[in-house]
Design a protein around this ligand. Structure first.
Ligand code: ADE
Length: 224
């Protein structure tokens, strides 16, 4: 999968992709990541990417021209399945959306800043708008990193069998059951006997029951 991220702050996106599983996905060539600095697509010496809003009002608006130039250049090189804009007023990210995006070949992710982008970017260049929650961040970069993390870990080969994404919370609309490791008894806080029984059908049944119980207690409204 190829991911092109367009940002005014490329440095903010470096470390998530230079560490752990996201780094591994790039090293293994399962992910082809390209980060583009929007300021490389400006004409003027000051590398301006934003301006005042027409009609007045506080806050700067990201201009359409550098964004259009960058997206157009990429589109002349290959077909993109989605051009995603990270925005607090986009569709709320969930596991189902991440699953779908993880099956695509090429995507562009645009990170917003300031008040946001000129509406014509959203009307003519963007195919999907995604929010990572009902709160406002200073820019779309951290949101883009969250989106990338959630999709990259689903790409076959990125996670090992033991950490397979299939048993994650939210797959099958269920939260994951409780998990334990050594010691069996920590200051009197004991691991449930069933997990130590070696009776695997019984353990499977217990995990299913606990997953349902956790979902009903914590997130009864999970839907697909
Ligand atoms: N940019 C700023 N806030 C955001 C959010 N909550 N989700 C996605 N992009 C954002």
């Amino acid at each position: 999968m190829r991911i092109d991220i367009i940002t005014a702050l490329p440095d903010l996106l470096k470390s998530p992709f230079e560490t752990s599983i996201l780094k591994k996905s790039i090293d293994l060539k399962l992910i082809d990541l390209h980060i583009h600095n929007l300021r490389d697509f400006t004409k003027d010496n000051y590398k301006t990417i934003d301006d005042n809003q027409f009609g007045g009002g506080a806050g700067m608006v990201m201009m359409i021209e550098p964004i259009d130039k960058c997206i157009n250049k990429l589109k002349t090189e290959r077909h993109y399945d989605e051009v995603i804009y990270m925005s607090p007023d986009g569709e709320n990210l969930n596991q189902k959306i991440s699953n779908k995006i993880s099956l695509l070949n090429n995507i562009i992710i645009l990170c917003g800043h300031y008040k946001g982008v000129d509406q014509r970017v959203r009307d003519h260049l963007i195919t999907k708008e995604i929010s990572i929650g009902d709160y406002v961040l200073t820019g779309g970069e951290l949101a883009a990193a969250v989106l990338c993390d959630s999709i990259i870990r689903l790409i076959p080969g990125v996670l090992s069998n033991e950490t397979s994404a299939l048993t994650d919370s939210f797959q099958d609309n269920l939260l994951a059951p409780p998990i334990y490791t050594r010691p069996r008894d920590y200051n009197g806080w004991k691991v449930p006997d069933v997990l130590l029984s070696g009776d695997f059908p019984k353990i499977e049944k217990w995990r299913e029951e606990k997953a349902i119980e956790a979902t009903l207690n914590k997130r009864p409204n999970i839907k697909d």
